[in-house]
Design a protein around this ligand. Structure first.
Ligand code: CTP
Ligand code: MG
Length: 231
């Protein structure tokens, strides 16, 4: 009888990093001498997760294997798989490669500052809730605008959270949700909890993460990332 639950981290690194406007895809840009993607992989390597699936562009699989996984001894990376043209298609590739998992933690490889404490909290929470998301309370007022940029609605800030990753789910539930949303077509989800809601109506529990868990997206984020990594 199987009792120990298997937790698999799916680390996404198949994006093209358009907003970073750099020659080298942002996930490979150096941060304190190591490729940016190394930091998220290392955090999961040192955590209690059982294994890691790395999702990357097909042409980068060999580079990732030699220059990142082998070079830094990231032994929990059990598979490197090719992603798709949109984030949700890359997640789907990762899910299909994680068939042994009871729970998956889906993480943006462009978020280097997750730590063991956060990973441990999300592992505990997903076992209780079946679906959970890391985020932080919005600091700024958020306005909804119309197609001409006129503000039309200001949601109550106390109800607004900025969504981060990891997002963690029971494997069978998120796999079925992704399969259903992809088969239905017609939308490009940017968030995994959104896929679950669309497919099943199931809510994800929000866990308070850290304002440091930034997604390196535009050039100024790299300045911040360099400050954090050199502290
Ligand atoms: N990602 C992915 N596959 C895609 C798109 C994104 O695996 N087709 C990954 C990125 O590599 C990143 C994470 O999803 O780790 C979050 O996406 P984002 O920050 O938007 O990265 P990019 O899509 O690469 O950047 P941009 O949107 O500026 O092009
Ligand atoms: Mg993107």
């Amino acid at each position: 009888m199987k009792t120990k639950k298997i937790y698999t981290a799916i680390v996404l690194a198949a994006g093209s990093g358009n907003r970073m406007k750099s020659e080298v895809p942002k996930q490979y840009l150096p941060l304190a001498g190591k490729p940016l993607i190394y930091y998220a992989l290392k955090a999961f390597e040192e955590s209690e997760v059982d294994d890691i699936v790395l999702v990357t562009a097909p042409s980068h699989e060999e580079y990732c294997k030699k220059e990142i996984i082998e070079r830094y001894g990231l032994n929990k990376v059990k598979a490197i798989v090719a992603g798709g043209d949109e984030r949700y298609l890359s997640v789907w590739s990762g899910i299909k490669a994680a068939t042994n998992a009871d729970y998956v933690l889906i993480h943006d490889g462009a978020r280097p500052f997750i730590d063991n404490d956060l990973i441990a909290r999300i592992m505990d929470m997903v076992a209780l809730e079946g679906a959970c998301t890391v985020g932080v309370p919005a600091k700024d007022t958020i306005r909804v605008v119309d197609s001409n940029n006129y503000g039309i609605h200001t949601p109550d800030r106390s109800t607004l959270w900025q969504v981060q990753t990891p997002q963690a789910f029971s494997y069978s539930v998120i796999a079925a949700a992704y399969e259903q949303v992809i088969a239905a077509g017609g939308c490009i989800p940017t968030d995994d909890a959104q896929v679950l809601e669309l497919a099943t109506g199931q809510k994800s529990k929000m866990i308070e993460g850290s304002y440091r868990n930034i997604k390196v997206t535009t050039p100024e984020d790299l300045l911040v990332a360099n400050c954090y990594v050199n502290e």
